[in-house]
Ligand binder design. Structure first.
Ligand code: GDP
Length: 194
């Protein structure tokens, strides 16, 4: 799977607008400002393809990207405090609406900031993925902000806090330095092709 071969496909503001899956999909979920757009851009070798927001929580659409004929799905970042209740409802409608559809879910990449213990919303997200029996992996973001030793410590703490099932892939990534990016590409490619 050639990640250089990437382009934006479409954005959807409600889950009802989503077209049926055309093949296996790898989706990305995480709280707003976790570094999701930066990670997607890094994966796809494209600086501005996913919008890195100066204002967190701006991405309130589901965005589809085509990577070498496969769909990557960018879900809106959750948990941004400074928005109205109705806007929050719209985001949860989008996220739940997407996962409640009968789609070809190859892998969900759940993003967690490596510096922080998972929030209640993060834990809900992972619980939801487990309950729905969706295949998922954890991408720890912004690894460059911690020393290798701190990374190991946080990885263990986050694993414990999320109570991950054995064998759940967990990759420490840095969109700044490139750590873990190839490993994540390999996970995505094998999910798409497996
Ligand atoms: P999103 O809201 O989840 O899409 O997050 P963004 O990708 O817009 O990133 C939020 C902020 O975190 C921005 O200021 C980014 O520059 C910063 N950021 C994202 N990824 C990294 C990373 O790997 N390392 C560092 N140091 N900063 C990052």
């Amino acid at each position: 799977m050639n990640f250089h071969n990437a382009s934006f496909k479409a954005a959807y503001g409600t889950s009802a607008q989503l077209p049926a899956s055309t093949g296996p999909e790898v989706s990305f979920a995480g709280r707003s400002n976790v570094g999701k757009s930066s990670l997607l851009n890094k994966l796809m070798y494209r600086k501005g393809l996913a919008k890195v927001s100066a204002t967190p929580g701006k991405t309130a659409t589901i965005n589809f990207y085509d990577v070498d004929g496969h769909d990557l799905v960018d879900l809106p970042g959750y948990g941004f405090a400074k928005v109205s209740k109705s806007e929050k409802n719209r985001w949860s409608e989008l996220i739940e609406g997407y996962y409640n559809q009968d789609r070809d879910f190859a892998l969900v990449v759940s993003l967690i900031d490596i510096r922080h213990d998972p929030s209640a919303l993060d834990r809900n997200m992972v619980r939801f993925l487990q309950d729905a029996e969706l295949p998922f992996a954890i991408a720890l973001t912004k690894a460059d902000k911690l020393s290798k030793q701190q990374q190991q410590k946080q990885r263990a703490a986050i694993k414990k806090a999320l109570d991950l099932p054995k064998g759940t892939p967990i990759v420490a990534t840095s969109s700044e330095k490139g750590d873990g990016i190839d490993e994540l590409r390999t996970l995505i490619a094998s999910a798409m092709e497996g």
